[in-house]
Ligand binder design. Sequence first.
Ligand code: H2U
Ligand code: ZN
Length: 372
Amino acid sequence: MTSGEGSGSKRDRPGATPLPNLPHKGGGDSPAGAAKLDLGEASHRRLNPLTGEWTLVSPHRMQRPWQGKREAVAAAPSLQHDPNCYLCPGNVRANGARNPHYPHTFVFDNDFAALHPDAPPDRVEDGLLVAEGESGLCRVLCFSPRHDLTLAQMEVADIERVLDSWVEETINLGSLPDVASVQIFENRGEIMGCSNPHPHGQIWATRHLPNELEKETRSQTAYLLERGRVMLLDYLDEELVRAERILFSNAHFVVLVPFWAVWPFETMILPRRRIGGFDELLPDEKPALARALSELTRRYDRLFDVSFPYSMGFHQKPTDGAVHAEWQMHAHFYPPLLRSATVKKFMVGFEMLGSPQRDLTPEAAAARLREA
Ligand code: H2U
Ligand code: ZN
């Protein structure tokens, strides 16, 4: 039983198989006696087995009119080198340090780091008031010396150099004694609150597992213990058979809209073989992952004909010294756009107080991204 299944409803739940009565490519295969739940029509909820959390899906709401807020579309940067950008080669940063004239990628310690390596590990506990010192390191990674490029516009060979940096940072930070997690991410676009268009990501290394990594570690561990298999490899097998949420794939990676996606055009990049983290990537897997990143970000840009905003990141095994045979590394892309370049999804109301909810089904989103 996954952690999210404990909450029973008043009625007996029909068809509690992992994917009840999904319209299966090549014909239905509903379990005998299961109620007919049409996932393209009926309101329903879907379980995220990585987190144990549910998402509400309301396909019938797609037709509702939109009179809400529209966002401005940010203009693309016009300069290849911006003298006022703190990330461009040769420029001076806010704290006075000068960037080198880097030809490819450039990594530095965040001048305004959220975490410090020397924070004391003490725990204070007074009844329900519990706090712990949290140490860590925050690094900034410039993807390219060019101020005006995005991942979608970069050459695949240059994205590979970004991957090389992610590998190196994972190994270096992950081998530090007080680092249990190396979280790689990119926050892209003004709409996401990103302060600078220069293509860059961040790397936060922390003493404790962040919430999402902790949930994913727990779920994947439970799955391995119960079934003796790796959860996300089993999941990928199911998706490859059904083929309705797959966007594209290559020899080593598959890109899909997860069955349990929360954000309208949320996607995942999944390896075909078990890979715990960046430190385990084999030489021919790097160009394949770079191609997948390039193809996905290009597709996103084509979807609404705009430089597509998102928060993305890679989840990988904890660097706490344990083996973590349960872990399958993967990327999550969480884009905020809903139905056009200017309509953003807000996680409010029931979503803040109850569960996330979506109207567009993951299958419909996958079809749109396949066509883009
Ligand atoms: P975002 O634009 O994605 O927030 O990232 C920029 C990061 O760069 C941010 O974390 C850091 C900020 O602290 N930064 C520096 O380290 N040095 C600077 O001179 C400006 C910004
Ligand atoms: Zn710049």
